[in-house]
Design a protein. Structure first.
Length: 165
């Protein structure tokens, strides 16, 4: 898959992040793409804050939507695009859904730490290699897709948020 295609899909995830922010969530977005057709099957943002559901991260919301839409737990033909490096929970959720690929924009380490409640060093690109999918292959995670744009989403979200409170 070309870098251009990845950026095209990341723009969709950025759109989902902006929608999430407008709805009162954090500016983090994700989409799930079907590899064989190139179709976007699910898109969504983080709704953890305003729905009082701490597990409602963008990736988890998308995984739920895709699995329910397709009536399956097996999403092995799918790829996640997310604006921010996934947390432990989302990386695991993807593994449980057998999703073999995650492309992300911004790296956790570059985000203002006041935005992230769970501390600790966790690198998706390394951790994914340890996540065994059921057919004995590892997951692949790769960051830096439209990295600046994805980081900017959170920088402006944080600035606004801090001014308000
Ligand atoms: Zn997460």
């Amino acid at each position: 898959m070309s870098q251009q295609t990845r950026e095209h899909y990341m723009l969709e995830a950025i759109k989902a992040a902006k929608e999430a922010e407008l709805e009162g969530g954090v500016a983090i977005g994700a989409i799930i793409v079907e590899e064989s057709t190139g179709k976007v099957i699910a898109h969504g943002g983080s709704t953890a804050n305003h729905t009082n559901d701490p597990t409602a991260h963008a990736e988890v919301n998308c995984i739920r939507e895709a699995a329910q839409k397709l009536k399956t737990n097996n999403l092995q033909d799918f790829t996640i695009y997310t604006t921010l490096e996934s947390c432990h929970m989302c990386l695991s959720a993807a593994a449980w859904a057998r999703i073999p690929r995650i492309f992300f924009g911004a790296y956790h380490k570059d985000v203002d730490s006041s935005l992230i409640d769970v501390k600790g060093k966790f690198l998706d690109e390394e951790e994914a290699k340890r996540m065994n999918l059921r057919d004995d292959t590892s997951m692949v995670a790769k960051g830096g897709i439209l990295e600046k744009e994805c980081l900017q989403l959170l920088a402006s979200y944080n600035k606004q948020h801090k001014t308000k409170s």
